[in-house]
Design a protein around this ligand. Structure first.
Ligand SMILES: [Zn+2]
Ligand SMILES: [Zn+2]
Length: 178
């Protein structure tokens, strides 16, 4: 899962469920994405991460490529992205966040770059908000035929087909003689 998805989905906007109430949850996010931390994260970092979620959610709901790119460019600027090359691991490569960037600024810059790559090479058709009942999790559809409508075919997809099945049965039962 991309950095942006993982962050945005720590809050369920429909059911108002906070899944990252503690600093630990944010540290786990950094760990999961192999992003080293020089110092333990703080409540300030957590608050910054929480503020970042609706910003990225807007990108997933952007009406077109231009709108998505504008939002992502703004995220890069607001989080002080400073593209520069480094050979800290032995080979020259590009870093987007400033070397002394705060952890959440680094997360924001890397997350924005990853989504910019998707949007500018594959378009916004790849960015989705799940249509599953009371879900609204965001996801990047990397399937070949871009047919995904649910964050998880196993969870929301199954729930939806079960609901459709129940609705059909109910309708059939309501028709006399059927
Ligand atoms: Zn590096
Ligand atoms: Zn879903």
């Amino acid at each position: 899962m991309t950095l942006a998805e993982d962050l945005v989905n720590t809050y369920n906007i429909v059911r108002n469920i906070e899944k990252m109430p503690e600093v630990d949850g944010l540290s786990a996010l950094f760990e999961r994405h192999g992003m080293p931390l020089d110092a333990p994260l703080t409540e300030t970092d957590l608050a910054a991460a929480h503020r970042l979620r609706p910003v990225f959610r807007e990108v997933f709901a952007a009406p077109d490529e231009g709108a998505a790119v504008t939002l992502l460019n703004r995220i890069l600027a607001e989080h002080h992205a400073v593209p520069h090359y480094t050979d800290h691991d032995g080979a020259w490569h590009l870093h987007v966040a400033a070397p002394d960037a705060a952890p959440v600024d680094r997360y924001a810059a890397d997350a924005a770059m990853a989504l910019l790559t998707v949007v500018t090479t594959a378009g916004t058709d790849r960015l989705h908000v799940c249509v599953g009942n009371r879900c609204a999790e965001v996801f990047v559809d990397v399937s070949r035929n871009q047919s995904r409508r649910y964050c998880s075919p196993l969870i929301c997809g199954n729930r939806a087909s079960a609901a459709a099945h129940r609705a059909r049965r109910k309708k059939a039962a309501a028709v006399p003689g059927s």
